[in-house]
Design a protein around this ligand. Sequence first.
Ligand SMILES: *[C@@H]1O[C@H](CO)[C@@H](O)[C@H](O)[C@H]1NC(C)=O
Ligand SMILES: *[C@@H]1O[C@H](CO)[C@@H](O)[C@H](O)[C@H]1NC(C)=O
Ligand SMILES: *[C@@H]1O[C@H](CO)[C@@H](O)[C@H](O)[C@H]1NC(C)=O
Length: 442
Amino acid sequence: MELLSKTLLLCWLLVLGRAAPAPQDAAEKDNVSEMRDEDSGPALPDRCAGIEFDAITPDEKGKTFFFKGAYMWKGFQGPAQLVSESFKEIDDIPNIGHIDAAFRMHNSANPDDHDRIYFFLEDKVFSYYDHVLEDGYPKHISEEFPGVSTHLDAAVECPKGECMADSVLFFKGQEVSVYDLSTKTVKTKTWSHLPACTSALRWLEHYYCFHGNNFTRFHPVSGEVNGTYPKDARHYFMRCPNFGHGAGYQPPECSNVKLDAITADDAGKMYAFAGPIYMRLDTRRDGIHAFPITRLWKEVVGRVDAVFSYTDKMYLIKGTQVYIYKGGAHYTLIEGYPKTLKEELGLEGPVDAAFVCPDQHLVHIIQGNRILDVSLTDTPRIVTRNLPFALTGIDAAYCDSEGVKLFIGSKYYHYQSVTVMVLGKIAAIAKPITSEMMGCRD
Ligand SMILES: *[C@@H]1O[C@H](CO)[C@@H](O)[C@H](O)[C@H]1NC(C)=O
Ligand SMILES: *[C@@H]1O[C@H](CO)[C@@H](O)[C@H](O)[C@H]1NC(C)=O
Ligand SMILES: *[C@@H]1O[C@H](CO)[C@@H](O)[C@H](O)[C@H]1NC(C)=O
């Protein structure tokens, strides 16, 4: 499974690189090469030659920026360009020549700071939003982050849930200073088992320390490293000839997508399930990444039939079995589960799809051309309503404040509410699943 996960990581990184080339990249590329030709200046650095980056950070749109000296790369593919073209004030400080560290702020308590990119150069900190320097910057580091060193090596954000509180990890040599954004206090640890990180990145809730042309994944609280590291960044974080999968990989076409289930938990984490994998959809901004289902729900091997969330629990239905997991930092199977559908929900399997609408206590179960309601507050649970329904062959269903979506193959139907859906008076129109929704190819 670990191997599968890595293969998928690689695949989906390539997906990202290929699926989302920003249109301006091409234009900027032309500009840069024109400029080089005209000026006969130095050749642009090539990240596939193996670069030790000064800093790496995603921007507010989820694009990952890599920095080296006066140059930067936007996203997982494309040529180098000058930092000064995107962040001009950074270049105004004479004789520095490189960024020490950068991160994208995650500060739920302070929307004025949230999602800003922070750059560190010697003793100064710069804050940018949408490429515009925020008022009052640059500042001295101690003014914004009291207790944090100057001349840093790397920095990375760590939201509450992954760290104890919304925090920033600052790296200098083997010392890591954990800065708590709400209390403005620093705790310093020494992680001597980690290489000295010259840049650090949080990507899809994973933490990476970059050193040389390699990287090492670590746990943001314990610093623990699992698996075989270091790995060469060129296999994973950029598209390079003779590295990674090569050029042949294509993401699935949206017209070939077939979901098994889709749900969002109380914390707003949204999951799509297809075969033995799941994807997080709410972190879509930074890219879509496929993982084996067993990574989060150890006991559920292979494909699921339906998944729904109720209070802080997630219900995964597979054949005639129901697995109930308690949410939190990890999903833990509740003792005594799996149980049969009959025992848990008072109905026979298999089921096609299931969903609960926000703040409701009814689960709607779709079986063939029928929709069954079960009240989750009753004991024992029994089917309180069983109605025929206009559609059959539903793969997955989902309900949020905008209404109900039913998925059949690569199409979906949207209803304003369960009532509208069940009455079936207004024929819903099938719409195609888009790359915006699932990260597939349109
Ligand atoms: C790219 O070139 C066009 C004209 O060729 C120019 O208007 C534009 O400002 C240039 N962009 C950059 C980032 O240099
Ligand atoms: C990168 O990792 C490889 C082993 O995977 C190691 O041989 C090499 O020395 C490392 N390079 C740097 C610059 O850390
Ligand atoms: C490493 O593995 C242990 C045991 O499986 C796990 O508890 C821990 O969270 C893992 N750490 C990382 C960084 O994945």
